[in-house]
Design a protein around this ligand. Structure first.
Ligand code: AMP
Length: 143
């Protein structure tokens, strides 16, 4: 199964923030949208980084209140691991687990085309397992 199947269910909207926005603005956006990470936007729908709640916690632990007025670009991860709509969900899970992160932006034709979180993957896998066990039950009933 591919990443496309997840995007078809959850949609392709991605919450982004500008690199010069403050960490306080990023925290407010994460809270408002009830999400864990924001893609840091670059011109032409590109990506200059990713900032997650974990980066904000780390910044606060290190710099305290000063961090909140600092730009997102100071704390974001610049080397972002991405995927394409044709990558498999298994591949995506391996990438998340190897890199120890919970969000992967999706790139299509060089542009940001969605984002998949670990929560989306778990939801998708549970639905898939339910479909499989229902199919097995049907098979046993009619065998
Ligand atoms: P997360 O588990 O997604 O909250 O992120 C944990 C750490 O990994 C944070 O420092 C993020 O900036 C970073 N991170 C999150 N997603 C990615 C990604 N797709 N590629 C590289 N780093 C990431």
């Amino acid at each position: 199964m591919s990443v496309r199947a997840i995007l078809d269910i959850k949609g392709r909207a991605v919450a982004t923030i500008a690199p010069d926005a403050t960490l306080a603005q990023a925290a407010r956006l994460l809270a408002e949208k009830k999400i864990g990470a924001l893609v840091v936007a670059a011109p032409a729908n590109g990506i200059s980084g990713i900032i997650s709640e974990r980066d904000i916690v780390r910044a606060l632990a290190g710099q305290r209140e000063r961090a909140l007025a600092s730009p997102v670009s100071e704390f974001m991860t610049r080397k972002v691991v991405t995927c394409t709509v044709d990558d498999t969900v298994t591949d995506l899970m391996q990438r998340m687990s190897a890199g120890r992160f919970r969000h992967v932006p999706v790139i299509e034709h060089g542009r940001l085309a969605g984002i998949v979180s670990i929560g989306d993957v778990v939801k998708y896998r549970v639905a898939e397992m339910e479909r499989e066990s229902e199919a097995l039950r049907d098979y046993i009933r009619t065998a």
